[in-house]
Ligand binder design. Structure first.
Ligand code: WT7
Length: 654
């Protein structure tokens, strides 16, 4: 038997040791890792200070390592100056200017190889465009682009001149784009005519126009990359084509030497309120954790070809596509398109073709591809792959085993990496070549990452298989600095308990007998749909903004492929829609949420009733709604409900 049930949680006891072949060539050996833990334990600041000297090229060195005088607003390496783009590009030019930095492939198969020298020239040219358009250090620029090299070039160009980018995932709607522009008071949007996904055009410029048609007064310029080639409208005086703007621009651009703490970027993410928050990251601290995790966890070495399938619209696409691997001098693969075009073998075909050595994706993608069977991966030569990774949600042991056997051929370690937009980089993860893994566990904290599981009083839970709050008890360089424009929300969200001393991740977790961490779920009203975070309140606000809706409650339901799917309970104005009317209303509300937030937020199931189940004090009974959504039997007593009759309506019985 491979797993046993304890307190109704599955305890996995299969242990996978890294192969001797992998370990022999790995960057970190057991003794190196041991030494790192020891150093972090003995001299926490010295540990980070050494790493910062070793892995970042400073323009002027720092003398302060950690400044906690304004805790929990921590500052790292404050008096040092540096530039992130310089660290990702220029410092490699002496020895590897001709090395490929980016291998790009479009959905229809067009490919491009971009060397570090070329990347330098393109980034500098575009940085000069930004300057010519009047962009100054500290200005916010929204990037709303497909997964093409120019997205990385735009991000790096912002970094080069000290502008703060906010990448908005291309799947978000005009409304979401507008909210993010306004919240950050961005002065420019960088977009494309359109992107391609699943054979369809993603109308980025059209959505941008829609966003800018109302409000968004802060936007002065829109730069448009020609990608899909479809007809779009360009507004005189505001919009210009990328290709026109770079015409005649210099291919060198002296980096802006920014302060270590100057913001590098904002990335909006969902929380437990209706409004996504702008997670603000600093320059040097972020870069440091990005580099070391690419070296330690992905073991990136000179000949590696690293493919992280995440879109640059998410944090994973920042740390493990646009910044970290480049800072480590590696070669990355970027793919614009769907994993199932032309068929479910696309990822594996690309791994073969580009000789990918390190492959990093989400459990939802693994499950989706696993469903198509072993024939697709078996058609391709996957022998170049030496290391696999997952991120975004707990991976179920079945998918882990498939990844391990069918993709990794039992040869490749799997790093299940737990982290968040706010942590900037990996926190809990195996170190390949050293840590033995268990299917479904993100194993242990990295050196310097003081992750713990505590009870309500902030006391560490040492008892095995007992759940508690996942916290990080010491500040670390790549931690979120604040919520853009809202210091109070930063403190309230991440330091609401434990005397404001511990960073509260928002996840619950337990440790097994070996001290391995197992993530159990969120403690707030945040759903994890296909590895993406969505706030239930955010979807509820979108629903009630529809004129037909009076009240709405959104909960998650376990889903085989997506992890969780979205179920909405809706009260409409007038009579409860039934039959055809209900069907029409479902379609219209799904569409509406797609417009308000983006396709990823469309509820999978919408049910109507005359009211929501509430306690006599008027609280929506969310736990009951989750039971109903899951189709499970209701065991709790519903007779105390204010309106018991609605339960049967929501169950679809009447
Ligand atoms: C939340 C963060 C970090 C990049 C992707 C998502 C969940 C993330 C794992 C994992 C179990 C995971 C957590 C976390 N999560 N990685 N390996 N095992 N859960 O970033 O949108 O900031 O979401 O994703 O719940 O809090 P994000």
């Amino acid at each position: 038997m491979s797993s046993i049930e304890i307190n109704s949680v599955l305890v996995e006891n299969r242990l996978f040791k890294p192969s001797a072949t992998f370990t022999a060539k790995a960057r970190l050996k057991a003794e190196d890792l041991e030494a790192l833990y020891k150093r972090a334990e003995e001299d926490y600041e010295g540990f980070w200070g050494d790493l910062a000297k070793q892995h970042i090229d400073w323009h002027s060195p720092f003398t302060t390592i950690l400044d906690d005088s304004l805790a929990p607003h921590y500052k790292w390496f404050t008096d040092g100056t540096m530039n992130v783009s310089y660290n990702c590009i220029d410092r490699h030019l002496e020895n590897k200017s001709e090395k490929t930095a980016i291998i790009f492939e479009g959905e229809t198969g067009d490919t491009r190889h971009i060397s570090y020298q070329q990347l330098h020239d393109d980034v500098c040219q575009f940085a000069n465009v930004l300057k010519a358009k009047g962009i100054n250090k500290g200005d916010r620029i929204v990037i709303y682009m497909p997964m093409v090299p120019e997205a990385v070039i735009a991000m790096q160009a912002c970094a080069r001149i000290g502008a703060i980018h906010s990448v908005v995932f291309g799947g978000f709607s005009a409304e979401s784009l507008r909210d993010r522009i306004n919240d950050a008071q961005a002065v420019m949007v960088i977009t494309a005519d359109g992107g391609t996904r699943g054979g369809k055009i993603v109308e980025l410029k059209k959505e941008t126009d829609k966003a800018l048609s109302k409000g968004c007064a802060s936007i002065k310029n829109v730069i448009v990359l020609k990608r899909s080639g479809q007809d779009i409208t360009m507004q005189d005086g505001r919009d210009s084509w990328w290709s026109d703007t770079i015409e005649g621009q210099d291919k060198t651009c002296e980096p802006e030497w920014v302060n270590a703490e100057d913001p590098l970027f904002l990335l909006y993410t969902s929380g437990s309120t209706g409004k996504p928050k702008g997670i603000q990251h600093a320059s040097a601290g972020y870069l440091l954790n990005a580099v070391i995790t690419n070296l330690w966890v992905f073991d990136l070495q000179d000949n590696d070809i690293f493919w992280c399938t995440a879109d640059v619209g998410w944090i994973t696409g920042h740390t493990y596509v646009a910044y970290g691997p480049l800072a480590a001098g590696s070669t990355i693969v970027m793919y614009e398109g769907a994993p199932v075009v032309p068929d479910a073998g696309r990822f594996w075909q690309m791994c073969e073709q580009h000789k990918v050595t390190v492959f990093y994706t989400a459990p939802t993608a693994i499950r989706a591809l696993m469903k198509f069977g072993d024939d697709y991966p078996n058609r391709y030569d996957l022998s170049s792959i030496r290391l696999l990774g997952t991120v975004g949600e707990p991976i179920n042991p079945e998918a882990w085993m498939w990844y391990h056997t069918v993709i990794g051929k039992e040869r490749c370690p799997i790093v299940d990496t737990w982290w968040q937009t706010e942590t900037g980089a990996h926190v809990l993860t195996p170190v390949p070549g050293v840590t033995a893994t268990k299917p479904g566990s993100c194993t242990l904290p990295l050196p310097g990452m003081a992750a713990d599981i505590v009870n309500e009083d902030g006391k560490s839970i040492t008892e095995a298989n007992t759940g508690g709050y996942l916290v990080i008890t010491k500040p670390w360089p790549s931690m979120v600095r604040t919520v853009w424009g809202d210091d109070e929300r930063y403190v309230d969200t991440y330091f609401p308990k434990f005397d404001g001393k511990y960073y509260l991740a928002g996840d619950s977790a337990r440790r097994d007998d070996d001290g391995y961490f197992w993530i159990m779920g969120r403690i707030d009203d945040v759903l994890n749909v296909s590895g993406h975070r969505l706030g239930t309140m955010e979807i509820e606000s979108a629903l009630v903004a529809n004129e037909a809706v009076i009240e709405a409650a959104v909960v998650g339901r376990p889903h085989d492929l997506k992890g969780e799917s979205i179920v909405a309970f809706v009260i409409c104005k007038g009579d409860r829609p039934v039959g055809d009317d209900a069907e029409k209303m479902v379609a219209s509300l799904r569409n509406w949420v797609g417009e308000q937030i983006g396709a990823i937020a469309k509820p999978d199931d919408i049910r109507f009733a005359d009211g929501l189940p509430k306690t006599r004090s008027g609280k929506i009974m969310r736990r009951l709604l989750r039971t109903i959504a899951a189709g499970e039997e209701i065991t709790s007593d519903t007779s105390t409900l204010e309106n018991e009759a609605v339960v049967e309506q929501l169950q679809g019985k009447v």
